[in-house]
Write a protein that binds this ligand. Structure first.
Ligand code: NOJ
Ligand code: CA
Length: 715
């Protein structure tokens, strides 16, 4: 039941210069004020700490024709009256909300949404009383605020040149950052103080196919920080639906972060039509790192599900014809030619290269493997024509999403999968020709329904078409949401790769099971890879907004197994790969290695077969960004727990009190641990499996190897 209590309501005449609210537990204090120039500003405190010092709010507007050559007489951004100053307060509302809601799937089965709200209605008297509302929601673990623009004659259709939102920090905090980039978030993280951030190193990263680096002092959100007082602060956004993604520009002398929006092809940031609102800006804060991971504030700031009947939405574990392409033993393309054309190539006349991965026969073997080991789905990449020259040329028509290669019999495969009760997962690599995908979407989804594919993995490798747009600009943000909506209408599920990082929209579109949108395990196959600390940072950054299709479960750690010349390797132990199924939350988890590698380690593979993908409860036991994470999760509808514990390049002992188990009950624990001689680099595949009986009174002490981890099933 939703409970809303109105606390106060003030009109222009009674509004004092500053208004404060406290979080329901009283630990956070938010203060809003207008400066003497009528500039909106806020500050945030937590217990005795200052989290955000007085910081300005507002938007800079622009005439939409400025700088386009369409109307040379148009005022420039500088001359357009902005929503930045000269405001007076006309109304202040405050209320409390306290409700419980139940996600369709998730880390927990019920979520409390409890906040105190302050909504300030501002008027600009010099601009015919243009109206802007700033709405603050203060939770026990953080703040969300956004700008709202009611429909009005004096503010109708407008262009945002820049958002002026600032987060003024108290000192030179430690940050876990990736370079600000309009096109990609597939970087590994750097830990440094804010003043030492230098994102220009990204120009030398050549394993990412489309990069648009902003500049030295620009980083992406979510930005995770730690203060010298050991306070953890996370700055991000929620409910990004019709606006560009927010990066952060760092003033490296004064430690002020300013919102930096991804521009569009002509340099504008966002086109708005009233009534409208921006996404929420969020500051999540705690003196315990584990609380940041447990926060539900981003989800709570998103709208409830827009899908009424969600019975068809099912978390999934899957295998796929995939890793072999990344390690180079199979190919996506059918023929080795460097020029094909959707309209004119006769695919049957091409000479097969002999290593095409997505063949009928091979797919059937994967279906057999999935059926034998209880996996829900099989993903097949490279099934459709066009992969011969699929990226790098900024080509409009690469894929049509409905024409299989001559050696992939979709009908036979679909019947075979159905007979084995295995679901096929579709792959739509768009090669970022998004206009092409939009034109073909309906036909592609009809094709999926015809052949019984309930879910699709989309992909956006390379530069975007419409040419000049970026992956994380407003147009693309709208596109990703449009895809989720269109799929929902067709009762289909989504896993988007290279899309903008999620901001909690899976509450609104629960068919949007996961995104990649960060540096996944695949980088370990063909690049310098992901350092051992990577997976201890992801939950504090990328996963703040939603599940990640990280594709864990690589057992064959060193790539020289496939080719003696290869130096690449996964930067974890095998046991840590198992732990990732628990530490990196997702309702969609891949067993990413090839079946042959699992068949050699069936004892360890048992964990991947057993681990759940949907949970009743989650306990973050201990965590430190960049160092370690230990989490326990209770399987949905079962008295069964899974624990994942991981560490960075330093070995450690994880201490795990089992006090979350039922009292007076004996459980069995199967512990998949690093063997004594395990080491991510020197001896990564050395593990041991121990069975023991445990009760709620036990405290497990488990040694994690350097770059190691531990996975436990308790039932
Ligand atoms: C990048 C994706 O992240 C990966 O999973 C996929 O295999 C390739 N693109 C090809 O679409
Ligand atoms: Ca990717």
């Amino acid at each position: 039941m939703k409970q809303i209590i109105t606390l106060f309501f003030l009109t222009a005449f009674s509004v004092s210069s500053a208004q404060s609210i406290k979080s329901p537990d009283g630990n956070l204090v938010l203060t809003f004020k207008l400066t003497s120039d009528g500039i909106p500003a806020y500050k945030l405190g937590y217990k005795n700490y200052e989290v955000v010092k007085e910081s300005r709010l507002g938007l800079k507007l622009k005439d939409m024709y400025a700088n386009t050559g369409i109307d040379k007489l148009s005022p420039s951004a500088e001359n357009v009256p902005s929503l930045d100053k000269g405001f007076v307060t006309s109304k202040v509302d405050s209320s409390i909300v306290d409700e419980i809601w139940h996600p369709v799937w998730g880390e927990v089965s019920s979520i409390r949404n409890n906040y105190r709200e302050l909504a300030v209605t501002l008027l600009q008297p010099t601009q015919n009383n243009r109206q802007m509302i700033i709405r603050f929601r203060l939770f026990n673990d953080g703040l969300g605020f956004r700008y709202e623009f009611p429909m009005q004659d004096n503010l109708n259709y407008f262009t945002v040149a820049d958002e002026l939102t600032q987060f003024s920090l108290t000192e030179d905090h430690i940050a876990f950052w990736i370079p600000g980039d309009y096109d990609t978030n597939e970087y590994y993280y750097t830990k440094s103080t804010l003043s030492k951030v230098d994102a220009t190193y990204a120009t030398k990263v050549n394993e990412i196919f489309s990069k648009t680096i902003i500049g030295k002092n620009f980083v992406q959100s979510p930005l995770m920080m730690k203060t010298s007082e050991k306070l953890y602060i996370n700055i991000f956004e929620a409910a990004l639906v019709d606006y560009p993604a927010m990066h952060l520009e760092i003033d490296q002398s004064n430690f002020i972060l300013t919102s930096h929006l991804v521009p569009d092809a002509v340099g504008n940031k966002a086109y708005m039509q009233t009534p409208c609102k921006t996404p929420w800006r969020t500051v999540i804060v705690s003196d315990k790192a584990a609380d940041i991971l447990a926060s539900k504030t981003i989800l709570n700031l998103n709208e409830p599900s827009k899908i009424d009947d969600t019975s068809w939405i099912k978390p999934m574990k899957y295998v796929g014809i995939w890793w072999e392409m990344h390690v180079g033993t199979a190919s996506w393309n059918y023929a080795n030619v460097n020029n094909v054309c959707l309209k004119s190539t006769d695919w049957k006349s091409l000479k097969p290269n002999g290593i095409h991965g997505a063949t009928t026969e091979r797919t059937k073997r994967y279906i057999d493997f999935a059926a034998k080991h209880g996996f829900d789905g099989v993903l097949v990449e490279g099934w459709n024509v066009g992969w011969e020259d699929w990226f790098g040329k900024w080509k409009e028509e690469v894929f049509d999403f409905v024409t299989p290669y001559p050696d992939f019999d979709v009908e036979e495969i679909s019947n075979y999968a159905a007979s084995k009760n295995v679901k096929m997962i579709m792959h739509h690599e768009t090669s970022s020709s998004v206009t092409n995908y939009e034109r073909r979407m309906d036909e592609a989804y009809d094709f999926m329904k015809k052949y019984g594919y309930p879910a699709v993995k989309t992909g956006y490798v390379a530069r975007i078409i419409p040419r000049g747009e970026f992956h994380d600009g407003q147009w693309m943000v709208q596109h990703y949401v449009r895809v989720a909506e269109r799929l929902a209408k067709n009762k289909l599920m989504l896993n988007a790769h290279e899309a903008v990082r999620p901001t909690g929209l899976h509450r609104t579109y629960p068919n949007w099971l996961a995104c990649e949108s960060a540096r996944g395990n695949e980088f370990n196959a063909w690049s310098v890879g992901n350092p051992p600390e990577h997976e201890t940072i992801l939950p504090f950054t990328r996963l703040m907004g939603g599940p990640m299709d990280y594709t864990p479960g690589i057992f064959q750690i060193k790539m020289n197994y496939y080719n003696p010349d290869k130096k690449e390797q996964v930067h974890t132990t095998l046991a840590k790969q198992l732990a990732l199924y628990v530490t990196l939350y997702s309702p969609l988890q891949m067993a990413a290695d090839i079946p042959e590698n699992y068949e050699k380690h069936l004892d360890a593979f048992q964990f991947i077969k057993d681990v759940a993908v949907d949970w009743d409860d989650t306990k973050y036991i201990e965590a430190e960004p960049g160092d370690f994470i230990t989490v326990a999760r209770k399987t949905k509808g079962k008295n069964e727990w899974f624990i994942g514990a991981i560490t960075d390049e330093n070995g450690r002992t994880a201490e795990i009190p089992l006090n979350f188990l039922d009292n007076n009950k004996n459980y069995t624990a199967t512990i998949y641990a690093d063997a004594k001689d395990a080491h991510w680099e020197k001896n990564p595949m050395s593990y041991e499996i121990i069975n023991k009986s445990v009760t709620s009174k036990d405290v497990l002490k488990i040694i994690l190897a350097p770059g190691g981890g531990c996975a436990i099933r308790i039932w």
